[in-house]
Design a binder for this molecule. Structure first.
Ligand code: ADP
Ligand code: MG
Length: 477
C-alpha cells in the first residue's frame, strides 16, 4: 500500500526582549538558577502582570513578515495544568483570540520546487521554568529563570507531506525570525523549539489519520530523523492491525526513536479562560505602522530580486539569502566585481568551505567582500586563472592584503603573451619526441601530458585556453 505522510509543526520561538512578558525580570540566558524570577513570574498572591509592549511589537513584525492578518483585538487566556516548573498552576497564553491570524510561508526544496505552507496562527505566551534532572541524583531541580520569558508559538496547517518539507519549513521560520530580529533562534539554548505532529494515511484518503506529537527535537537533523522514525512506526503499527493513539512522544536522539511521554490532553482539560488580570490587547494603526516601519527586505523578495537582477539559479538564490549578512555580503561582492555568477560560485564554494573549516560565521570572514570582489575582478579580466585565484584567496585569507598586491608580490599574473607560451611549448615538444609520436599515432590521452608539462613549467600561470589552442596547432603541425 502507498502511504502519505501529513505533518503540522508547532514552533516556540523566544522573543528577543530584555525583560519578561509580564514582569521586569531579565531574560538573559545562563544566569545562576532562580536569580531571575520575581513574584510575578512565580504567581505569588497580590501581584499583577503587566504586558511588555516590546513582545507585542515583535509579534506584529512576525505577522507582517508572513503576510498574516493581525488581530485588532487579542486576548490572553489561562491554560491550567499542574507541573513543578509552573508554580502558578497556569500558563498565560492566547487561545480563542491570538494576535496573529492566518499567514503563509514559502519553502524551496533541494530539487528547486516551491511550496506554500499555511500558518494557522501565532500567539503570545509565557514560557515555564525548567526541570533539571541531570545534576541531582534521585531528585529534580527546578530553575524558574525561564518562567515568564516571552514566546511566540507559531502553529502551521497540516500542509507538509514529507520530513524534508517539514525541515525546510522549520528552517524557513527560523530564517525569518532571525532576519527580522525578533529572536536569536538559538536552538541549543532552547530559543527555537519545534514540536512535530505526524500522521499517516493511505494515499488517496481525504481524511487525516490520528496524529502523534513529537517533542524535544532540538536540531533540524533530529527533526528529520524523528519524523522518519515516527512515520515508519505508524505504518508498521497500522499494517500489523494496530491503531495510532493520539499522544505526546519524546524523541531520543541517542537511540534514534520516539517513545510515549504522555497521552495527549484535550483542549478542554486545560480549562482555558480569559485571564482576568490582563486587558485585551488592542492594536492601533500607529502602533502597527511603527512596528513594521523598519522591516528589512524579506528573504523571499530578496531571493526573487537576486534571480532577476543577477541571473542566479533558484538554488543559488535560495542559498545566498539564507541569512541577512550572507545576502549583504553576496550583494557587495556581486556589485564590486561586476560578475554576480562568479561571486555566487566563490561564496558558495571556496569561501563557505573555508568558513566551515574554521568554524566562522560570514560576519567574521577574514576575507571581506571588498577583497573577494577585487580577486574576482582579476579572474574576470584574465589577469589570473581560476586555479591561481585559489592560491590568491588563500593568501588573502591568511595574510590579508588585496588581490593585486598578492598577484604582484608572488608573480602570479597569467601569461597571455602567446609568444612566451609558444616558445615554452616548442621546448617541451622538442624534449618529448616519443610522446609527440604517440599523440600523432592517435593516442589522444597524451594531450593531457603536454598540458600538464606547460602548466608545470609556467607554474600554473599560462592561460589554459591559449595553451590548449597552441598545443593543438603545434602537435598537429
Ligand atoms: P492541539 O490544540 O491539540 O495542539 P491543533 O489542532 O492546534 O491541536 O493542532 C496542532 C498541530 O497539529 C497543528 O500544527 C496542526 O497542523 C497539526 N495537526 C492537526 N491534525 C493533524 C494530523 N492529523 N496530522 C498531522 N498534523 C496534524
Ligand atoms: Mg497545540
Amino acid at each position: 500500500m502507498q502511504w502519505e505522510t501529513v505533518i503540522g509543526l508547532e514552533i516556540h520561538t523566544q522573543l528577543a526582549t530584555q525583560s519578561k512578558i509580564f514582569s521586569g525580570s531579565s531574560t538573559r540566558f545562563g544566569a545562576a538558577p532562580n536569580t531571575q524570577a520575581c513574584a510575578v513570574d512565580l504567581g505569588l498572591p497580590g501581584v499583577l502582570p503587566v504586558l511588555n509592549r516590546e513582545a507585542v511589537r515583535l509579534a506584529v513584525r512576525f505577522g507582517k513578515a508572513i503576510d498574516a492578518e493581525l488581530a485588532e483585538r487579542s486576548v490572553f487566556a489561562r491554560k491550567n495544568y499542574f507541573y513543578p516548573d509552573l508554580p502558578k498552576g497556569y500558563q498565560i497564553s492566547q487561545y480563542e483570540f491570538p494576535i496573529v491570524g492566518e499567514g503563509r510561508v514559502e519553502i524551496v526544496l533541494d530539487d528547486g520546487t516551491v511550496h506554500e505552507i499555511g500558518v494557522t496562527r501565532a500567539h503570545l505566551e509565557e514560557d515555564a521554568g525548567k526541570s533539571l534532572h541531570e545534576d541531582y541524583q534521585g531528585s529534580t531541580g527546578i530553575d524558574l529563570n525561564r518562567a515568564g520569558t516571552p514566546l511566540l508559538e507559531i502553529v502551521s496547517e497540516p500542509d507538509m507531506r514529507s520530513a524534508a518539507q517539514a525541515v525546510a519549513y522549520a528552517k524557513k521560520v527560523h530564517q525569518i525570525v532571525r532576519w527580522i530580529g525578533i529572536s536569536d533562534g538559538n536552538m541549543q539554548e532552547g530559543s527555537f523549539r519545534v514540536d512535530a505532529n505526524v500522521s499517516v494515511r493511505p494515499a488517496g484518503q481525504t481524511t487525516f489519520g490520528t496524529r502523534a506529537e513529537i517533542k524535544n527535537v532540538n536540531s533540524f537533523r533530529f527533526l528529520e530523523r524523528a519524523i522518519q522514525f515516527e512515520v515508519e512506526r505508524q505504518i508498521d503499527l497500522i499494517t500489523a492491525g494496530g491503531k495510532v493513539v493520539q499522544e505526546t512522544r519524546l524523541y531520543d536522539p541517542d537511540r534514534d526513536e520516539t517513545r510515549t511521554m504522555r497521552v495527549k490532553e484535550e483542549a478542554n482539560d486545560y480549562r482555558y479562560f480569559p485571564d482576568p488580570d490582563l486587558l485585551p490587547v488592542q492594536l492601533d494603526a500607529a502602533f502597527i505602522a511603527a512596528a513594521i516601519a523598519d522591516l528589512p527586505e524579506l528573504p523571499d523578495a530578496m531571493r526573487e530580486r537576486f534571480q532577476a537582477d543577477y541571473g542566479l539559479a533558484d538554488y543559488d538564490a535560495n542559498l545566498l539569502t539564507a541569512g541577512r549578512e550572507l545576502a549583504a555580503f553576496f550583494e557587495a561582492v556581486a556589485q564590486g566585481s561586476g560578475a554576480p555568477k562568479l561571486a555566487a560560485n566563490w561564496i558558495g564554494g571556496e569561501l563557505t568551505a573555508a568558513l566551515n573549516k574554521s568554524g566562522l560565521e560570514i560576519g567574521a570572514s577574514p576575507v571581506t567582500a571588498d577583497q573577494l570582489a577585487g580577486l574576482i575582478r582579476r579572474i574576470q579580466d584574465g589577469t589570473i586563472s581560476g586555479k591561481i585565484a585559489k592560491q590568491v584567496f588563500e593568501a588573502l585569507w591568511n595574510d590579508g592584503g588585496d588581490a593585486d598586491q598578492v598577484i604582484a608580490e608572488q608573480g602570479l599574473k597569467q601569461i597571455t603573451d602567446s609568444g612566451a607560451i609558444e616558445s615554452l611549448i616548442d621546448s617541451i615538444i622538442a624534449a618529448n619526441q616519443d610522446q609527440v609520436a604517440q599523440y600523432r599515432a592517435g593516442k589522444e590521452k597524451v594531450f593531457g601530458f603536454f598540458v600538464g608539462q606547460v602548466m608545470k613549467q609556467s607554474q600554473g600561470k599560462a592561460n589554459p585556453q591559449q595553451v590548449n589552442d597552441l598545443l593543438k596547432q603545434k602537435l598537429l603541425a
